[in-house]
Design a binder for this molecule. Structure first.
Ligand code: F6R
Length: 617
């Protein structure tokens, strides 16, 4: 959570920082701030505002925003309410140091008490202010340089951080460090400037040469000098400079009113990108380099344990069904947040599959760290290239659907499903657990699935009309069986997170064990009832709802004439192989949630209380 940006060099820092914050707003958007320094050791210029980056711009506009170095922050509150005082950057007591932070300092209360006893006072309720005062205390009491003071202060900190610090007495110098929170440094031509950010998106238009800091590393950026990286234990590090390709167009809305809608509509192309070079239709083969490179460990795996959160957890539920069906390897699906504290049994031959769009989710990261220590091989299914989970994984497959900016995950989910299908096919083929006919049929079907998705998307207007009828609802039940059960969970999550309507997903047959008590004429029930998945049984479940006057919206297979007779609204999707149904059936649910939220006048790209990348526990 929280996005940080830093710049030092030859240009005016403010426009670069503000543009960077806009790109990182998906990480948090309850308050924002910027600190600027000039080429002399003048006072720092610090501007902050509650609200969005645009509120910060309005607050800073009447002031002097000059300076060739600066740091900036967009916040997702953890300690202290979102207001101008708790917003970052925080400034040390003397006014010399300024710091932005993404993460949580767990022992901040103890440190604050210790600092108070040394005469430090605090303006905010944040853990971050404790950190800047601690650095100042270490610097003053031990007469250290700024980088040394940062390094020593961090050795006393428990928690997660990506920080950038600057000192008005050292114009142009930025010190950056990280532990369990992401950070990347862009290198300008001839090291005349440096760009620092939580991800590559604010940097990519200035330089493609980037260094991803590793955990417990610190970098000193001083224009005109080489980037200096050391571990927090003070060992020199040779920075690994990567050439990062990121499409700038993908970071813009491209004519759509919201990123979420753009990303929903991008899905057919995203799936083509995800399958490129992996689905070899003409050769009737699926090739995943991760499976070829780690053939023995994957093909002879004893068990697959999926760890993930939220939407990625729903994809994991589908992954389990695919791997069990085509590979006959037993699977287990765990919430990463539970797994990490559950003292899990990890045995030789276990493969832990981490699924994550951002690659930075703190719980998923901690779960794989634990599994790795216990000897499991980690397979990452990640979207963000170079992210922490990707780097910690022993092997894996990027989903390659491009940056997902809308807070509600859409294209990452369908990308994950396609990669999981490819993985199940590749391993099943190697194990001989999938018959040739099924394998080849699925390859053909994957090849045409983007077109079928386009067909679902072409019904957008009709789905909007249906959504308009649902804008006033306060509750909804989503039901599905088999492979459509995780889709029901995902549909319910989409609705609640962007429209704040209470929604629950259930396996359809579970309804009669409790939730059926909720059904009356005011309870909308969304059924995913396609031909393949225990269709007749799903119809019986629907009849139980009809008998209690529930209102049914059904997602059905094209040409279905039965359900139409008793459902209030019906949305059709093209027929496909059973294991690929979720890739299509989730689309109307994404659009439904989107149009209900827009119809209710809500900000779908930045829903309240949420952030795109959950880097706190
Ligand atoms: C829902 C959503 C979240 C994420 C979850 C995991 O739309 O976006 O539930 O799926 O926070 O995030 P990643 O996949 O980045 O690990």
């Amino acid at each position: 959570m929280c996005g940080i940006v830093g710049y030092t060099g030859v240009r005016e820092a403010y426009p670069i920082l503000i543009k960077g914050l806009h790109r990182l707003e998906y990480r948090g958007y309850d308050s924002a701030g910027v600190a600027l320094m000039g080429e002399q050791d003048d006072a720092l210029k610090v501007y902050k505002a509650a609200g969005r980056v645009s509120d910060l711009e309005a607050a800073a506009a009447p002031n002097d925003c000059s300076g060739t170095a600066g740091i900036a922050h967009t916040r997702w509150a953890t300690h202290g309410v979102p207001n101008g005082i708790n917003a970052h950057p925080h400034v040390s007591q003397s006014g010399n140091l300024s710091l932005v932070h993404n993460g949580i300092i767990e022992n901040y209360a103890t440190l604050r008490d210790q600092l108070k006893s040394k005469g430090f006072t605090f303006k905010s309720e944040t853990d971050t202010e404790v950190l800047v005062q601690l650095i100042e205390y270490v610097e003053q009491s031990r007469h250290l340089s700024l980088p040394e003071a940062v390094r020593i202060a961090l050795s006393r900190v428990i928690g997660a951080y990506a920080i950038i610090v600057m000192d008005r007495r050292h114009p142009g110098v930025l010190v950056a460090a990280r532990k369990s929170s992401p950070m990347v440094i862009g290198l300008g031509e001839g090291n005349c400037e440096f760009f620092i950010a939580s991800d590559a998106s604010p940097i990519v238009e200035y330089t493609r040469r980037m260094v991803y800091l590793n955990d417990e590393e610190m970098a000193v950026c001083k224009p005109g000098e080489e980037l200096n990286v050391v571990t927090l234990g003070n060992d020199a590090v040779n920075p690994d400079v990567k050439h990062v390709e990121l499409d700038l167009d993908m970071l813009e809305k491209g004519g759509y009113p919201h990123f979420m809608l753009k990303e929903i509509f991008e899905q057919p192309q995203c799936l083509r990108d995800a399958m490129r070079g992996r689905l070899l239709t003409h050769h009737k083969r699926v090739v995943l380099s991760a499976v070829s490179d780690h053939r023995e460990q994957l093909v002879e795996a004893r068990r697959f344990i999926f760890v993930s959160c939220g939407t990625s957890w729903h994809a994991s539920l589908i992954g389990k069904q695919l791997i069990e069906r085509f590979c006959r390897i037993p699977c287990q699906v765990e919430y990463a947040s539970e797994f990490r504290y559950a003292n899990p049994v990890i045995l030789p031959g276990d493969v832990v599959v981490a699924i994550s769009q951002s690659g930075e989710t703190a719980d998923t990261l901690a779960a794989i760290q634990l599994a790795k220590k216990a000897g499991a091989i980690i397979f990452g299914i990640v979207n963000s290239v170079g992210s922490s989970i990707a780097r910690l994984s022993d092997t894996g497959t990027y989903i390659h659907v491009g940056p997902e900016i809308g807070v509600a995950s859409t294209k990452a989910f369908t990308g994950q499903l396609v990669i999981l299908t490819l993985l199940a096919l590749a391993i099943g083929y190697e194990r001989g657990s999938i018959d040739k006919g099924t394998y080849e049929k699925l390859i053909q079907e994957l090849d045409v699935i983007p077109e079928k998705m386009e067909k679902v998307l072409s019904q957008n207007e009709r789905i909007k009309e249906v959504a308009d009828r649902y804008c006033g609802i306060r509750n909804a039940l989503y039901l599905g069986r088999g492979i459509n059960y995780p889709v029901a969970l995902e549909g319910a999550l989409k609705l609640k997170e962007i429209s704040y309507i209470h929604a629950e997903g259930y396996p359809a047959a579970e309804m009669k064990h409790g939730p059926i008590a909720l059904i009356d004429e005011n309870m909308p029930v969304v059924f995913i009832a396609t031909h393949q998945n225990e269709y007749e049984k799903a119809i019986s479940n629907m009849q139980e709802v009809v008998a209690r006057k529930g209102r049914i919206l059904a997602i059905v297979t094209e040409g279905d004439t039965v359900i139409r007779q008793f459902a209030d609204n019906v949305i059709e999707i093209p027929d496909t192989e059973e294991c690929l149904v979720p890739v299509l059936s989730v689309i109307p649910l994404q659009l439904l949630a989107y149009h209900v939220a827009v119809g209710n006048g809500l900000n779908v790209d930045q829903p309240r209380n949420l952030a795109k990348s959950v880097t706190v526990e």
